[in-house]
Design a protein around this ligand. Structure first.
Ligand SMILES: [Zn+2]
Length: 83
């Protein structure tokens, strides 16, 4: 089954699972997820570029290239803006 990556639309309200994006394998017949199964916040499907690995490092790399800001978790509840 294909592996999809979902990320929270609003990272401020997201849980640890969807804030940084999570992977889920779904059948092509399945509907897209619209809400995080853990916290219920709205999520969107991240389009995977072919040939790239699906690691979180890669998510950050592509987010940076796309100009998104990224917050690095320093401690529980504390974040450092890294770009
Ligand atoms: Zn969540």
């Amino acid at each position: 089954m294909p592996l999809y990556v979902y990320e929270a639309k609003n990272s401020a309200q997201a849980c640890d699972k969807c804030r940084e994006g999570f992977e889920i394998s779904q059948s092509l017949k399945d509907d897209k997820l619209t809400r995080c199964p853990d916290c219920g916040n709205e999520i969107y499907r991240v389009i995977q570029a072919p040939g790239l690995t699906h690691s979180k490092t890669d998510l950050h790399y592509r987010a940076k290239r796309a100009g998104f800001k990224c917050l690095k978790k320093v401690e529980k509840g504390e974040y450092e803006k890294i770009y």
